[in-house]
Design a protein around this ligand. Structure first.
Ligand SMILES: [Zn+2]
Ligand SMILES: [Zn+2]
Length: 84
């Protein structure tokens, strides 16, 4: 089971495979992941799919990773997302 924890900076729930906090864009690991996260689906996205949010998935303009509505930053590359 994947367990989220609150971001040190903004308190938003982040998952172990989130490289960046989607709430404030801070790196959660201190180092970028070696494997681009766009190549696989993060725990955050998987959980969202379980709630039927797949119809609203966005994609990051920088890395192409999946971004949830309301996420202010891509959890894969940390790029700021345009307001949806
Ligand atoms: Zn944060
Ligand atoms: Zn990205």
């Amino acid at each position: 089971m994947t367990v989220s924890r609150p971001c040190d900076h903004c308190g938003m729930a982040v998952y172990p495979d989130d490289a960046f906090c989607p709430g404030c864009g801070e790196s959660t690991t201190g180092t970028p992941p070696e494997q681009p996260r766009a190549t696989r689906r993060s725990s955050r996205i998987q959980l969202a799919l379980g709630t039927g949010a797949h119809a609203f998935l966005l994609s990051c303009a920088r890395c192409g990773g999946e971004v949830l509505p309301g996420d202010r930053y891509c959890q894969s590359c940390g790029a700021a997302q345009p307001p949806s």
